[in-house]
Design a protein around this ligand. Structure first.
Ligand SMILES: Cc1cc2nc3c(=O)[nH]c(=O)nc-3n(C[C@H](O)[C@H](O)[C@H](O)COP(=O)(O)OP(=O)(O)OC[C@H]3O[C@@H](n4cnc5c(N)ncnc54)[C@H](O)[C@@H]3O)c2cc1C
Length: 379
């Protein structure tokens, strides 16, 4: 486990949070040992999720306003980076579970009080069912209309790429009600089916399936408000960290290979092209971590620059992960191409970060139009 890149974040938080980070660093070392097996079988590592809960991470990440300890963004970012370095599929499911669980606790607080906070603290599993087949990246603007019925509305449609959906006790679902996005908690019943589409190139162990809703009740008493700027933005804060963790693992794997592989009597690490390419990769990765840390510091300081900088941090982290893991494939040669090598897995996993909303193309539109002052919003 490379602690170096998250060292600054680790040093800047209090003892309680540093304790959580150190616990997760230890757990992630164990996660790394089983990541390839679960990737191969496309199987969720439920034991990893249990270990994070048992280590106190659930209470730690729940904001104090809804009954938890309240983790700073800096500590949260360090934790997701550490998990992702060991097993990015676990990091993705945990981030989505956290986003949905914390989200439902915050969004339904005025109606259901502490119900979802209590369920989250008790270790129930949550998943985030927002992306629609027709809207892709625009996951906060659902285009599926819910139909009014007694006690609420019904949803007939689908959400896709819902990480960890098959093991979830609760789904955070959005749909259009009276022309506006509305958010609900759904307890999967017979009207909810999981379509096994997730036979993928990378992040296979997230099992991010298609979820089909056959006139599923969106109960009025389980409707929450729409997310606001003061809610804990777990998923936006986690997405750059997943790519950074993958990039950290990819850099460590290529360094190990370059040191160990001898060509014509000298380690590959002694070749100048390798040194130059590694310098380029390491510098870009350091910059990506620094930009991410800046965005998290702004978030902790309630500085509105947080969201634009987090967009930039995700864009850079996604790109750097693809670049670093691609360099791993070059340095790894045929050996790195083998399934027995972590190099090929890091390269496959790195592709997923740039696909997850908002994708790097959508972010480029948001950031570029902002820089140019043309006021275009990505749809
Ligand atoms: C590993 C993984 C896990 C996920 N987990 C979840 C989850 O738990 N819950 C959930 O709700 N969703 C999840 N998603 C869905 C994800 O967040 C995206 O919403 C979804 O992948 C986008 O749909 P799409 O991949 O079909 O891409 P599309 O949106 O169809 O994009 C296709 C291409 O078009 C580009 N594009 C799309 N819109 C625009 C635009 N406006 N301007 C310019 N270019 C555009 C994209 O950049 C991309 O290159 C997950 C996705 C992945 C890959």
């Amino acid at each position: 486990m490379t602690v170096g890149f998250i060292g600054e974040a680790r040093d800047s938080v209090d003892d309680r949070e540093r304790g959580h980070i150190d616990t997760v660093i230890g757990l992630a070392e164990q996660f790394a040992k089983l990541a390839a097996d679960h990737d191969e079988r496309a199987e969720i590592n439920v034991a990893n999720l249990d270990a994070l809960h048992d280590a106190g991470l659930t209470a730690a990440v729940l904001p104090a306003a809804v009954g938890g300890e309240g983790l700073s963004y800096r500590a949260f970012g360090a934790i997701v980076r550490a998990i992702a370095q060991g097993d990015p599929a676990t990091a993705t499911i945990w981030a989505m579970h956290t986003g949905a669980g914390v989200g439902l606790a915050e969004l339904t607080r005025d109606g259901l009080g502490s119900f979802f906070a209590d369920e989250f603290l008790a270790g129930r599993r949550f998943a985030n069912a927002l992306s629609e087949p027709a809207t892709g990246n625009a996951f906060l603007n659902p285009q599926q209309d819910a139909q009014p019925v007694d006690g609420g509305w019904t949803l007939h449609g689908a959400k896709r790429f819902v990480s960890g959906s098959e093991i979830a006790d609760y789904l955070l679902v959005n749909a259009r009600v009276d022309g506006e996005p509305a958010y609900f908690a759904v307890i999967p019943d017979d009207s909810v089916t999981f379509v096994p589409i997730w036979d993928t190139l990378g992040l296979r162990a997230t099992r991010s399936q298609l979820v089909s809703f056959d006139n599923t009740l969106l109960a009025a008493d389980k409707r929450g408000r729409v997310p606001g700027p003061t809610d804990f933005a777990a998923i936006p804060a986690a997405l750059p960290a997943i790519s950074l963790g993958i990039a950290d693992a990819a850099l460590a794997a290529l360094i190990a290979h370059a040191r160990g592989r001898e060509i014509a009597g000298a380690p590959l690490s002694h070749q100048q092209w390798v040194q130059h390419a590694v310098a380029d990769a390491e510098i870009k990765l350091t910059a990506a971590h620094a930009l991410y840390d800046k965005a998290l510091r702004e978030a902790d300081a309630h500085d509105p620059a947080f969201f634009p900088d987090l967009n930039r941090a995700k864009y850079l982290a996604n790109k750097v992960a693809v670049e670093v893991s691609g360099l791993g494939v070059r340095i790894g040669g045929g050996t790195g191409f083998l399934k027995t090598s972590p190099i090929q897995r890091h390269h496959r996993d790195a592709q997923a970060g740039q696909l997850m909303a908002h994708s790097t193309e959508v972010l480029a539109t948001i950031i570029g139009s902002d820089v140019l002052g043309v006021g275009v919003q990505a749809r």
